[in-house]
Design a protein around this ligand. Structure first.
Ligand code: GDP
Length: 323
């Protein structure tokens, strides 16, 4: 159990997950948080990370991915995804051990499970089949991180746990159409189509793949819960418990964004994994389940997105007026 004064490092604290972790930890009364990232601390640099761990005397570490993205980002940037994640996680896991950190929580990803995995996907399915080719590089980095935590626990008696999140969404997500996941992609797509009074919006793929989505604040809550309550070698899934098709998701986002045009599915774009639903019985048995319903989470995310877009436009107008 982390005490309220414990010194906690949140790696990648400016990412969607990092921001939610910091917020949830603060709300729960933890205020000895360490949030350093580039340029103050280059997590890819081995000697900088070593120095940081030896100086800081950290007790707990939350290790989020340094870089990740949606299906197109995985297809276009596999080298960056595997290099950056391997480099950063290897540095942090190794020096967390050397500096005798009490506990580390490593974030995996649901893409670590085989492409044609039995649904819902159980923790035991890891390494039982071939991966989905579009996200193989990223998945290999994440599997390496999980295996590294387990190896350190076995050889050095550390307490490094690994969690497997389903698709996470919420405020501060990446809304760049070229690299985002499906939820922020569709929110931006429909929002822009509404503003530009488009008659239709194009959605990638067949609309048939099924995905499970978890609101980021629920995910942060689950990570803190596991930091306090889970000490086992085996990985543990964190999910919402239900999946929906991309078509059904698109209809909900259409409703939330109030876009009233037609939805057109572009079969030339990849579908990725056909199904991706986590078996969350292990997590449920420990007494944790998600609180935020998908539509409610999407509404909160859209409110945040609109606000950010309005601010951006105001700033742009100010800039143009000055010129
Ligand atoms: P995945 O879960 O790793 O496959 O990643 P994504 O969240 O990027 O994609 C999930 C599914 O949504 C895939 O079948 C995509 O083809 C589909 N999709 C539909 N529209 C979009 C979009 O605008 N952006 C993204 N990223 N995916 C989309």
């Amino acid at each position: 159990m982390m005490n309220k004064e414990a010194k906690i490092f949140i790696a990648e604290h400016e990412s969607m997950i990092g921001i939610a972790l910091v917020k949830c930890l603060k709300t729960a009364g933890f205020n000895n948080l360490v949030t350093k990232s580039s340029p103050q601390l280059a997590l890819t640099n081995q000697s900088e990370v070593r120095k940081f761990f030896l100086q800081e005397e950290l007790e707990y570490v939350f290790l989020s991915p340094v870089k990740e993205g949606g299906i197109l980002a995985n297809i276009n940037y596999p080298a960056e995804l595997i290099y950056l994640n391997l480099q950063v996680q290897t540095n942090i896991i190794h020096f967390a051990c050397e500096a005798k950190v009490k506990k580390l929580l490593f974030l995996g990803s649901s893409c670590i499970y085989p492409k044609f995995c039995l649904q819902p996907m159980k923790e035991e399915a890891l390494l039982t089949g071939l991966l989905e080719p579009t996200n193989e590089a990223y998945a290999i980095a994440k599997i390496a991180g999980i295996k590294m935590c387990q190896a350190y626990n076995k050889q050095y008696n550390t307490n490094f746990i690994s969690v497997v999140p389903t698709n996470i969404y919420g405020p501060y997500d990446n809304f760049d159409l070229k690299t985002s996941h499906v939820i922020p992609g569709l929110i931006r797509n429909f929002h822009q189509s509404k503003i530009n009074r488009k008659k239709e919006a194009i959605i990638w793929g067949s609309g048939a793949p099924r995905r499970e989505f978890l609101y980021v604040d629920d995910f942060a809550d689950a990570c803190i819960f596991l930091m306090n309550n889970y000490d086992q070698l085996e990985i543990i899934n964190i999910g919402y418990g239900k999946d929906i098709s991309i078509k059904e998701l698109a209809l909900i986002i259409k409703d939330v964004t109030e876009f009233d045009g037609e939805l057109v599915f572009d079969d030339n774009k990849p579908d990725g994994m056909p199904y991706k639903l986590l078996d969350i019985s292990k997590m449920n048995k420990l007494g944790w389940s998600a609180k935020t319903d998908l539509k409610e989470g999407l509404k909160k995310t859209y409110i945040w997105f609109k606000q950010i877009e309005e601010e951006k436009q105001k700033n742009e107008k100010r800039r143009v007026n000055k010129i």
